[in-house]
Design a protein around this ligand. Structure first.
Ligand code: ATP
Ligand code: MG
Length: 406
């Protein structure tokens, strides 16, 4: 892509009314635009990052057998009355049709839609298990939204729901998704600082689990067992008398963290409300057992920025970067040949063909944070100066060397 054609521009100054590092950098670099508090538009660069993240998640959800669907955001009030959550879900957006006076909610999550949906297709144990997921906008009337992309009032979530005939099956699938999450966060570049964290299981299970990424920017507090590499959240630390649930170690380290995902056994909480039953092999009816599994895409993108930046800008892991290469030409037209060669080889390249000064181009490249910076000038001749974002050393290499990085 030609940078001269990118309608979004970088900004020198921090945006006013943003406190978080992720929102400051993502706005300044032209990844997102703030519509209002807690609501962001994704610009071309930002949408590319979201698409990369979605691609990583989608692949792993399909690998565990998930079938992708898309459920509506606009949901009927009556489904929320059926589960009793219309009056208890604290961040629910509620409104009424001007014309028909029908009451609606904007979906903050989709148990109220997916449970009756699946009940229309499942009648026997032979129809189970079912695993469905979607990547879709959620709406939550969050009290505070000072953390940029980490806590939005509208945000993208991947939500997976599983439906089982027996508890052992649910348990097995839950473990499988847990492993898929470990892989997703590793592929997204935050594996080493993201921990499986024990959380409250609600009324139905002993525990649920969160995936918490350690960073001072986090709103949550977790207690980390460095031996087992698992953590406990604040909600249940007292119930556990401050001990690791795996090894009993009492020497846990308190850390700030961001919840990037979670997995939860719902068991029959929603199936019983919607009459989601199946006939077993012995012809006796049973309530379907459910699990739900979420990952916030905006939050994951914001988290990556929080844990991977320096004072000049973002440092994207290659797997989620909007482009792999950023060509900076210091002489008009000098980068064209390299750009065309790389694009022909299938590379994702941002080509800074603008008439800006070298200083401006370098500052923008650092701010935008694309992994490989390729400088071409009179000085580099038929070669190119290559530098990895986040490192100081650059070296002069041939075009062929760059192609080998593909
Ligand atoms: P939190 O405790 O941070 O509010 P939650 O427990 O309400 O999170 P879930 O309802 O389980 O979160 O949602 C699943 C995932 O969606 C979370 O793990 C998180 O990654 C993401 N998420 C939740 N709320 C938001 C939000 N307001 N903005 C962005 N992402 C969110
Ligand atoms: Mg919440």
């Amino acid at each position: 892509m030609l940078q001269s054609k990118l309608f979004s521009k970088t900004q020198r100054e921090d945006p006013r009314e943003e406190e978080s590092v992720n929102a400051k950098l993502l706005i300044r670099a032209g990844y997102v635009d703030k519509t209002m508090a807690g609501v962001y538009a994704f610009l071309p660069l930002g949408w590319r990052v979201i698409s990369k993240i979605a691609g990583i998640i989608r692949k792993e959800m399909e690998a565990v057998g998930g079938e992708e669907i898309l459920m509506p955001t606009l949901q009927p009030k009556k489904n929320w009355e059926t589960t009793g959550r219309y009056d208890t879900y604290d961040t629910l957006f509620k409104f009424q049709s001007f014309y028909t006076k029908t009451d609606y909610v904007l979906g903050p999550t989709h148990e109220e839609i997916v449970s009756p949906l699946i009940s229309r297709f499942v009648s026997s144990y032979k129809d189970l298990p079912v695993y469905v997921f979607q990547i879709q906008n959620k709406f939550r009337d969050e009290k505070r939204s000072k953390s940029g992309l980490l806590r939005g009032r509208e945000f993208l979530m991947k939500d997976l729901y599983s439906f089982h005939a027996d508890e052992k099956e649910l348990e097995k699938f839950y473990e499988k998704v847990s492993r898929a999450y470990v892989k997703i966060f590793r592929l997204a570049g935050i594996g080493k600082i993201t921990y499986l964290t024990y959380a409250s299981g609600g009324d139905f299970s002993k525990y649920s689990h969160e995936f918490q990424t350690i960073t001072p920017a986090g709103e949550d507090v977790i207690y980390l067992c460095e031996k087992c590499k698992v953590a406990v959240n604040r909600e249940i630390i007292d119930d556990l008398h401050g001990a690791c649930p795996v090894c009993g170690n009492k020497n846990l380290k308190e850390e700030k963290a961001i919840e990037v995902g979670n997995i939860f056994k719902l068991k029959t909480r929603f199936s019983s409300a919607f009459g989601l039953k199946f006939a077993g092999a012995d012809s006796r009816d049973g309530d379907v057992l459910m699990g739900c599994y979420g990952i916030g895409l905006n939050r994951l993108m914001g988290t990556i920025v929080e844990v991977s930046h320096d004072d000049k800008g973002i440092i994207w892991p290659e797997s989620v970067a909007p482009f792999k290469f950023h060509i900076i030409e210091l002489k008009k037209g000098k980068g064209r040949k390299l750009y065309e060669e790389l694009v022909k080889s299938g590379a994702e390249v941002l080509y800074d063909d603008r008439d800006s000064t070298a200083g401006e181009k370098f500052a923008d490249a650092d701010l935008i944070g694309i992994p490989w910076r390729l400088v071409v000038s009179d000085k580099t001749g038929e070669k190119v100066e290559i530098k990895k974002r986040g490192e100081n050393k650059s070296k002069i290499v041939s075009y062929g060397f760059v192609r080998q990085l593909l």
